[in-house]
Design a binder for this molecule. Structure first.
Ligand code: SF4
Ligand code: SF4
Length: 182
């Protein structure tokens, strides 16, 4: 008599995701749905700089949540020191707002701030009516490999903010965070 090894013969399960982002607005989504939209690219953990004429030597590198009309925001490849540069996940997610006070979490309540996010951010794409990107982990059984392969995450491109002098930020300004595909 032979014994069937069900573990070895089992086929990998394909997870079927309900495409709730096509039927609900961002404000109609449940908390779980909202959080699952985050693609985990970690571009929002990059330091950004605003070309602000009214800045002084004292305020030059202070955090801000305000951008005036006509001012331009530039991305750098300097990431928050708490970011895990391989997984692109926050290494202290639960304590992040205490450890990094200017870490801003996008919620349904502050959705108007979505323009601070990069063009490829899924929240921004959906808010602007551009739909879910083909590389999103929700469309790949929760895996991030398609996103990394498409070059849409920060993996392999960053330096940590505790390894650089922020005064020298101009040397770290980059354009790749502005890239978006499909
Ligand atoms: S940029 Fe948007 S989608 Fe990407 S990790 Fe940040 S919040 Fe999530
Ligand atoms: S505290 Fe975590 S989530 Fe916030 S910017 Fe840093 S790495 Fe990103």
């Amino acid at each position: 008599m032979s014994k069937k090894n069900s573990r070895l013969s089992a086929k990998p399960k394909k997870v079927v995701v309900e495409r709730f982002w096509e039927t609900k607005s961002l404000n109609e989504m449940s908390r779980t749905e909202w959080e699952s939209l985050c693609d985990g690219c970690a571009k929002c953990c990059l330091n950004k700089f605003i070309d602000d004429d009214s800045t002084t030597d004292e305020t030059e590198l202070m955090p801000t949540t305000h951008i005036a009309e006509g001012e331009q925001m530039s991305y750098s490849n300097i990431a928050c020191h708490l970011l895990n540069d391989k997984t692109c996940q926050c290494s202290k997610y639960e304590q992040r707002t205490v450890l990094v006070p200017d870490c801003v979490q996008l919620t349904q309540e502050n959705l108007d701030d979505v323009f601070f996010m990069p063009p490829s951010c899924t929240y921004r794409r959906l808010k602007e009516g551009r739909g879910m990107p083909s590389w999103h982990p929700l469309l790949h059984n929760g895996k991030k490999s398609a996103m990394h392969q498409a070059g849409m995450s920060v993996r392999g491109k960053i330096i940590k903010d505790n390894d650089v002098e922020l005064d020298d930020f101009e040397g770290y300004i980059v354009l790749w965070p502005l890239n978006d595909i499909d």
